[in-house]
Design a binder for this molecule. Structure first.
Ligand code: CTP
Ligand code: MG
Length: 228
């Protein structure tokens, strides 16, 4: 029986966020952002193992307490794709094991959306991702002026987790330095496959800009309040 392994790239510097401490280690409701992300994956009965990829020079991880069953891989690379490829190599997973790659910065993933991904991908031949249909009108433009309006019909915003078999993902990420690989699905698509799209949720956004932190904190606090 193949395992399901969550692999969380957390080796970024958060240049858009702009804080001295990488955003994954900023405190959110009293705990590092990454701890909230790990809680969801560690709390899912359908996930067998949880591994986090941090930078070899990481100065923050050891200063916090983390959920018990988290494996730490100090093999982060220059790009997200390289961090994932290095982490995958360090996992020594079986070819048929599922790997769920999830951004450390998406700390508001809900247990329901995670379960929906597991259920909908099931034993799909390729795998799939959480994604959100584009809700806003999409503009194309440069230097502050609109060049065109792009029909949003059929457009989706890719989220994570992105769930693929370890063997196929390793093959897809062989050229992890390829700038066209911006997520796992794009690497799989370059092999000619069509991953499944599973409807995600707006709350599963990626903390990217400074203002995102307060929103994430409010979502997590509200969820705890509802569960209490
Ligand atoms: N990531 C990583 N290794 C890298 C770059 C990014 O593991 N070399 C991780 C980040 O830690 C994050 C996830 O990939 O959890 C998504 O990346 P992003 O939100 O872009 O984070 P950063 O790259 O840190 O931010 P920025 O692009 O603003 O610098
Ligand atoms: Mg980045």
């Amino acid at each position: 029986m193949s395992r399901r392994i969550a692999l969380i790239p957390a080796a970024g510097h958060g240049s858009r966020f702009g804080s001295a401490t990488p955003k994954q280690y900023l405190l959110l409701n009293g705990r590092p952002l990454l701890a909230h992300t790990l809680d969801v994956l560690c709390g899912c009965a359908g996930i067998d193992d949880v591994a986090v990829v941090i930078s070899p020079g990481d100065e923050w991880f050891d200063g916090f307490a983390w959920p018990g069953r988290v494996q730490v891989l100090r093999v982060g690379g220059a790009s997200r794709a390289e961090s994932v490829a290095n982490g995958l190599a360090a996992l020594a997973a079986d070819e048929d094991d599922w790997v769920l790659v999830h951004d450390a910065a998406r700390c508001c993933l809900s247990p329901d959306a995670l379960q929906r991904l597991l259920d909908d991908v099931g034993d799909d031949a390729i795998g799939g991702i959480l994604a959100q249909p584009v809700a806003d009108t999409v503009k194309q433009g440069k230097v502050g002026r609109i060049a065109a309006t792009v029909p949003r019909d059929g457009l989706w915003l890719a989220q994570t987790p992105q769930m693929f078999r370890a063997g196929l993902l390793a093959e897809a990420l062989q050229d992890a330095a390829n700038p066209a690989i911006t997520d796992e699905a794009s690497a799989i698509e370059l092999l000619g496959h069509a991953p499944r799209l599973v409807v995600g949720e707006a709350q599963n956004f990626k903390v990217t800009w400074p203002g995102d932190l307060a929103l994430a904190g409010a979502i997590l606090a509200a969820r705890k309040g509802l569960q209490a």
